[in-house]
Write a protein that binds this ligand. Structure first.
Ligand code: ADP
Ligand code: MG
Length: 340
């Protein structure tokens, strides 16, 4: 087997705060292959953004402890020097965020902000880089790019700024693109356009994409594989088909049950998962989901969920003490009929 594009092994990320140590990511492992899209889903606060900011080395080393391995094409990033990470960011690895204004400076033209990383990483001349900026703006569907490239971000609409940020992220053909809730703030039509654009660009550039969202509908549309995160860990993973058609973890069942039905016009929301995500200052013992789980009493061995942390396989599986048979039957007999 060839080396994965990205390989994260046993990652732990914690923050020192006034209230104590926040264990934001705990024992997380996953792989991403070239040309594939990994969707990461989970409620807000589950560690999706922290995981990916850590991959990019964008954490504050003063307050953050990172343990484990992050291998990009075999190169270890957790111990890489800032100057090496600097070389990778925007070149081999790029990121798009929910809010384009975190990535775009108000003081420079859109063109300059797309051209600059291209000059820096490709040694292109100013003129070449400017031409490339025009080309990229056209690629992301900005009309009249030769004119618009001279605009400042505030002269763009929200959807156009999002496109400009994507142009900036893709200008150096990154091998790895991390998209963190890139369409959450956009209306449905623009969202659909941006998602199509990302798919097209992936076809063209063959990048591996990590797509973070709390929207299972978007994941179904975008991802080849899914990793479900809860309280800083992965609780289930598999291909998109496997996870959405035969989910195995009670938390995934809860997520599916709480999302609007794909086939309903009314957008009727089913029941939310009872309770709230735990504090990561003092996470629950055993399975972190146990305080909210209604299936504990079906697990053989009393109290096992509160004491023993269930492991997760690296390809397909779920971190839950229910047997494979129980997971299958409970889903088919009790969960699926409610999803309609
Ligand atoms: N710089 C920080 N200092 C302390 N806690 C943080 C910091 N950044 C994130 N966290 C905490 O880490 C957890 C995971 O956050 P995050 O990765 O942003 O969640 P998600 O992206 O899944 O919504 C949250 O509990 C959040 O409050
Ligand atoms: Mg986030």
């Amino acid at each position: 087997m060839s080396t994965p594009l990205l390989s994260v092994r046993d990652l732990h990320v914690s923050f020192k705060t006034e209230d104590g140590v926040v264990r934001a990511v705990d024992r997380l492992s996953f792989d991403l292959e070239r040309g594939r899209t990994l969707g990461i889903v989970g409620e807000s606060g589950s560690g999706k953004s922290v995981t990916n900011l850590t991959v990019l080395g964008l954490h504050n080393p003063m307050f953050t402890t990172v343990e484990g391995e992050i291998l990009l094409e075999g190169q270890e990033l957790t111990t890489a020097r800032e100057s090496e990470l600097e070389k990778l960011r925007g070149n081999k690895v790029a990121m798009i965020f929910q809010d384009p204004l975190t990535a775009l400076s108000p003081y420079y033209t859109v063109g300059r902000q797309i051209a600059e990383p291209y000059m820096k990483h490709n040694g292109a001349s100013k003129k070449e880089a400017w031409e490339r900026a025009v080309e990229m703006l056209g690629k992301v569907g900005i009309p009249n790019p030769r004119q618009r490239v001279k605009d400042y971000p505030h002269q763009f609409s929200g959807g156009m700024r999002q496109r400009a940020m994507i142009a900036m992220a893709l200008v150096c053909d990154p091998d790895l693109l991390i998209a963190d809730e890139p369409t959450t703030a956009l209306d449905v039509t623009v969202q659909a356009q941006i998602l199509d654009l990302l798919k097209d660009l992936q076809q063209e550039f063959g990048s591996g994409i990590i797509f973070i969202t709390h929207d299972l509908g978007v994941i179904a549309d975008m991802a080849d594989d899914i990793m479900v995160m809860y309280a800083g860990s992965a609780v289930e993973r598999g291909t998109t088909d496997q996870v959405l058609r035969s989910p195995q973890h009670p938390y995934t069942w809860g997520l599916l049950n709480s999302m609007p039905r794909l086939d309903s016009d009314t957008g009727a929301r089913l029941s939310p998962i009872p309770g709230a995500p735990p504090s990561l200052l003092n996470p629950p013992s055993g399975c972190r989901f146990h305080p909210r789980c209604t299936f504990q009493d079906r697990v053989a061995g009393a109290g096992r969920c509160t004491t023993e942390r269930p492991p997760l396989a690296t390809d397909r599986g779920s971190a839950c003490h229910l047997t494979a048979d129980q997971k299958r039957t409970i889903f088919i007999e009790e969960i699926k009929p409610r999803l309609g």
